[in-house]
Design a protein around this ligand. Sequence first.
Ligand code: PXL
Length: 277
Amino acid sequence: MKRVITVQDISCVGKCSLSVALPVISALGVEAAALPTALLSTHTAFREFTYKELTQEIDPISRVFRRLKIGFDAIYTGYLGSIEQMDAIEQFVEQFKTDETALIIDPVLGDHGRLYKGFSSATVERMAKFINGADLIVPNLTEAAFMLGIPFTYDYDEEYIKDILKRLCALGAKRAALTGISFEPKKIGFYYYDSVSDEFSSYFNEKLMGTYLGTGDIFASTVTGSYIKGLSYFEALKLATDFSLECIKKTALDPDAREYGVNFEEALPMLVRRINK
Ligand code: PXL
């Protein structure tokens, strides 16, 4: 069985980061190992949260992994709370990334043109360097704009998106998929650039109203797990788009849905069916 290590925080309540990455990767039939980077009571979109950084643990954990000769088919990073943490994880990647290891980075920084609480221009600058060497990055337009140092806008066309994708790859990522791209009111999906083959592709599905926290983590986890399970990057990105929509549909149907995350649990059967088709 293939093994992914996912590197991000654990929020005790709030369906994001490790709380969704582990079940989604497991449902895809891939072993999900975790390197928890921080412990939060609740994610940062809650009115109140505690934050305990676990950066000090990364090196001792790596040493044990090395002694036990544990390796990974993919390293997938998500929300990282500080610059020191990105330094430590870069070292982790240096030690564990072989030619066969996929490095998938979700440069979690913000959404809707704004950074998440606690992030600064220094965090953004560090993330723009952190993505160097990634096999795939999956930023939204907010994260892309911040990393490129350009203003965020909802007013874009295909040429603009293609230019952004090329500039993201110029930061050192081999492939980039911009998520949440919408050229028509009722469609949303991703635009993808593979700098190795110099090819663009895109895929769109139904767009529903509302914004849902945690869907970016569900998307990135699905891409990682399904790529490692054997899909191409493009097919993995498509499945992630369809699964994210299914999660939103289930949430929209639930009168008791939590506003802090999506009902991905109810959508997992669809994911399992699709990956085993
Ligand atoms: O979903 C991204 C994310 C992950 N982890 C934490 C967050 C957020 C977004 O707000 O606060 C702790």
